[in-house]
Write a protein that binds this ligand. Structure first.
Ligand SMILES: Cc1cc2nc3c(=O)[nH]c(=O)nc-3n(C[C@H](O)[C@H](O)[C@H](O)COP(=O)(O)OP(=O)(O)OC[C@H]3O[C@@H](n4cnc5c(N)ncnc54)[C@H](O)[C@@H]3O)c2cc1C
Ligand code: SF4
Length: 337
């Protein structure tokens, strides 16, 4: 059987590699960083059931490392591609030097980048350590640095998403769910805390997601306020969050010890350059373009180059895993020819 190249060692790439190897395929899995795991490795718990992120991910990494058919190359990137479906020659840059391989297909799974909301000066981000992104909140939780005592924490939805003026027009799809997860994590870690979520509307499309968010409101007493935050200001040792309650039509002010910004999931760094090397297209934002998103979601615009995971659009782990499996099925067909 011919080899398959998988680009990106996040959960989508790991799943694709695993499925190929479990079905007799040979895989070269390249990851540009020192370790596998991608953004999943930065999470503490996962919605919608508060699964332990480390153990879920490590199980998959252990499986990938134990499968004979997978060669894992870390700190490795793709330099060039020639040939066509069934017979590509790829040049890789590895720590040991350049390496050339013949592969039947390529699975592209370089994931997403998390937007630094530096353009959003109204939220005081970058000016106070008490204003953090949701990804920074995950790190604080993992390190046991969440506010103690009668702390007030404000979670702000749609920072950089659904924002034609300064950010992206698209919805990042999963921040409603992970913000609820964070508010629940906060309440569990510190039952004395009061937690507020400012939202425009709630988008929670996935099995159990709606119920999960409801449980944040009803079981963990998270107060959901419909409205856009206009400004975050320093107020002594605390922060003052000013917003408009769009249901009541009133201005609202909340004093906070921590403000958490649900920033946008954006295309991976260098996606357009990688697309150029591969000879495939990206969409207007830089996410990789499917040839027919409805019926062929893992097909890129070039035959033999498949897409998996959040490099196509913001998505949760379950969808990245599903796409990884689907891409592996397509790649297997070419590997067997
Ligand atoms: C704050 C936050 C909380 C979240 N919480 C949850 C949750 O509770 N539940 C849930 O289901 N989802 C959650 N997610 C989403 C989850 O992180 C993603 O669904 C998942 O990481 C997507 O996996 P992926 O493999 O597509 O991409 P990634 O995790 O981004 O992995 C991509 C990998 O590719 C590598 N790479 C990139 N470019 C190259 C290149 N050119 N060459 C080689 N390698 C490359 C990267 O280094 C990385 O290792 C959360 C996301 C955020 C931001
Ligand atoms: S998922 Fe929710 S928080 Fe994220 S952009 Fe969409 S509506 Fe806003």
């Amino acid at each position: 059987m011919k080899k398959t190249l998988v680009i990106g060692g996040g959960i989508a790439g790991i799943t694709a590699a695993e499925k190929l190897a479990q079905n007799g395929g040979e895989v070269i899995l390249v990851e540009k960083e020192k370790e596998l795991g991608g953004n999943f490795a930065k999470l503490t718990f996962t919605f919608p059931v508060l699964g332990d992120a480390n153990s879920l991910l490590n199980k998959e990494i252990d499986t990938a490392q134990s499968l004979k058919g997978i060669e894992i190359l870390k700190e490795t990137t793709l330099q060039s591609v020639s040939g066509s479906a069934g017979n590509f020659t790829v040049e890789l840059s590895t720590p040991a030097g350049k390496r050339s391989e013949n592969v039947s297909s390529i699975i592209v799974a370089p994931g997403f980048h998390y937007m630094e909301p530096t353009a959003y000066t109204e939220y005081y981000y970058g000016h106070s350590p008490k204003v953090v992104t949701s990804l920074e909140f995950e790190k604080m939780a993992a390190e046991g640095r969440l506010p103690k005592g009668k702390a007030r924490v404000v979670f702000v939805h749609c920072v950089g998403s659904r924002d034609k003026a300064k950010g992206y027009r698209y919805c990042s799809k999963i921040c409603c769910s992970y913000s609820a997860k964070h508010a629940i994590m906060m309440k569990k870690a510190n039952p004395e805390s009061k937690n507020y979520v400012f939202y425009i509307d709630i988008r929670a499309l996935g099995k159990g997601y709606e119920e999960f968010i409801r449980s944040a409101m009803e079981e963990y007493n998270v107060r959901y306020i419909r409205g856009r935050v206009a400004k975050v200001l320093p107020e002594g040792d605390r922060l003052l969050v000013r917003a408009e309650d769009s249901l009541m039509g009133n201005p609202v002010e909340v004093e906070a010890d921590l403000v958490v910004l649900a920033s946008a999931m954006e295309p991976p760094v260098g996606s357009r350059e990688l697309a150029q090397i591969l000879g495939i297209e990206t969409d207007e934002y830089g996410f990789f373009q499917e040839i027919e998103a409805n019926v062929r979601p893992c097909h890129s615009t070039k035959s033999g180059v498949f897409l998996a995971g959040s490099c196509t659009q913001p998505m949760e782990i379950a969808s990245a895993v599903a796409m990884g499996g689907l891409a592996a099925t397509e790649a297997l067909t070419l590997a067997q020819q």
